[in-house]
Design a protein around this ligand. Structure first.
Ligand code: PLP
Length: 433
């Protein structure tokens, strides 16, 4: 177990191999137990409205492990967690205790982070097109760091917050990312000189450059090019007399490709930015995606008999869908994988997946609860068992861009319970559980 004291000394050389995946094995067991006990507590025949609602199990130990992995692979980069990705209060509390910064996109996010007692200097208001009253709020509360990418925003800043510490967000090649952001934000390299000149004329304080290679990025070369471009703009700023001291490398990191991305980014940083330049990042999905599992209840079933083929398949209707926590299917291009949690009163969390290779598979399509035909979670999947109303499914990797963009469409709830577990004793200690 790595204690907080040991963790704080991570900047000194330490054998990180001893802490890798410390609680990963334990995590499965804890999540399975939490899913089971919550579902077992529901008596579907008599329960009150909402008691059988979908719910999350969050393993805060996974967030902790991701942080250690970050420190190991990107030691130079101070993460500023992108709150928009999942503003879960316990996740924020843990990250705050771990000493990360926060990337906030709105007044509400800034307020949520400040209310935890986080110093305003640990927040970056990373939104190049800001609401005026939000800028006033940031100014009143000492949240100085903010991004811009256009001249109008500079005039706005001059009027509302002339002391702000500004980062010029530049355009990136985000063509290999899941969610492209550069269609909307980022100054092209042929406009940066003019923007910096204007900032100088307005006597504003530009302190660095920011970029984002797109959420769910898959090409490490995008980081290399972005770092090279950032160097070019850094020099432009320095030539105009700005004290350029920080580079913000944004988000875009995923668990699957993290080491490869981090290796390219780290060597590019070492090549183009000397150690005296402070480097920050804005990871979102990287921290939370794998930490959240959701359980959903089968509320209805429709039997589809094909007389010609002589087959029977089923349409299953769950109590959560694309207007709820599966909003990630639409907004985040995700493809959540359904798995059986409970059928015929048996719990099947993480058991028998190997046994799923049976010849007698039943086909399903899986739907959300609203009246809209777009509300489909999986158009085709198979399970060995015949599922029915009252059974439960679960979906892993549901922590990023899910509950934060859920709606109340059709009168369903947008607020689902989270059962917290913690597979890392180090994180338990930090959280004071
Ligand atoms: N920073 C900014 C400015 C963003 O817009 C986003 C996502 O949209 C993020 C950080 C987080 O990105 P990711 O979740 O890919 O790490």
């Amino acid at each position: 177990t790595l204690s907080f004291e040991a963790f704080k000394s991570l900047d000194k050389p330490i054998d990180l191999s001893q802490i890798d995946n410390h609680g990963a094995e334990k995590a499965k067991q804890l999540i399975g137990e939490a899913l089971k006990s919550r579902v077992e507590a529901v008596d579907h025949d008599i329960c009150g409205v909402g008691e059988e609602d979908a719910f999350f199990v969050a393993d805060l130990g996974e967030v902790y492990r991701q942080h250690l992995r970050w420190k190991k692979n990107l030691a130079r980069v101070t993460p500023h967690y992108a709150v928009k990705c999942n503003p879960d209060p316990e996740v924020l509390r843990l990250l705050s205790a771990l000493g990360t910064g926060f990337d906030c996109a709105s007044k509400a996010e800034i307020e949520q982070v400040l209310k935890m007692g986080v110093d305003p200097s640990r927040i970056i208001y990373a939104q190049p097109c800001k609401t005026k009253s939000y800028v006033r709020y940031a100014a009143q509360n000492g949240v100085k760091q903010m991004t811009f990418d256009n001249a109008d925003e500079l005039y706005k800043t001059k009027q509302l917050f002339p002391d702000a510490e500004l980062y010029l967000r530049i355009l990136t090649d985000d063509s290999a990312s899941l969610c492209r952001l550069s269609q909307k934000f980022g100054a092209s390299l042929d406009s940066t000189a003019e923007l910096l000149k204007l900032a100088k004329e307005l006597e504003l304080n530009v302190v660095g450059v920011a970029f984002h290679v797109g959420s769910g990025a898959s090409d490490p070369k995008a980081f290399l090019k972005a770092v090279q471009d950032a160097r070019y703009v850094f020099d432009q700023g320095a030539d105009l007399g700005f004290e350029m001291h920080t580079l913000d490398v944004g988000g875009g990191f995923c668990g699957e490709t993290f080491e490869a991305m981090a290796a390219v980014l780290s060597s590019a940083l070492d090549l183009y930015f000397p150690p005296n330049v402070r480097i920050i990042g804005e990871p979102g999905r990287y921290y939370v995606s794998t930490a959240f599992t959701i359980a959903c209840h089968v509320i209805a079933r429709r039997t589809v008999a094909d007389a010609t083929l002589g087959t029977t398949s089923y349409m299953l209707y769950l109590n959560d869908g694309v207007y709820g926590n599966f909003s990630s299917i639409i907004f985040d291009h995700q493809n959540p994988i359904p798995r059986v949690l409970k059928s015929a009163d048996q719990f099947k969390y993480d058991v028998g997946r190997s046994g799923y290779d049976t010849p007698s598979m039943t086909e399903y399509s899986i739907w959300g609860p609203t009246c809209d035909g777009i509300d489909v979670i999986s158009s085709s999947c198979v399970f060995p068992e015949v599922l029915d109303v009252g059974d439960w499914l679960y979906f892993e990797d549901m922590g990023a861009y899910t509950k934060c963009s859920a709606t109340r469409f059709n009168g369903f709830t947008d607020s689902h319970d989270v059962v917290y577990v913690c597979s890392e004793p180090g994180a338990v200690a930090l959280l004071g559980y």
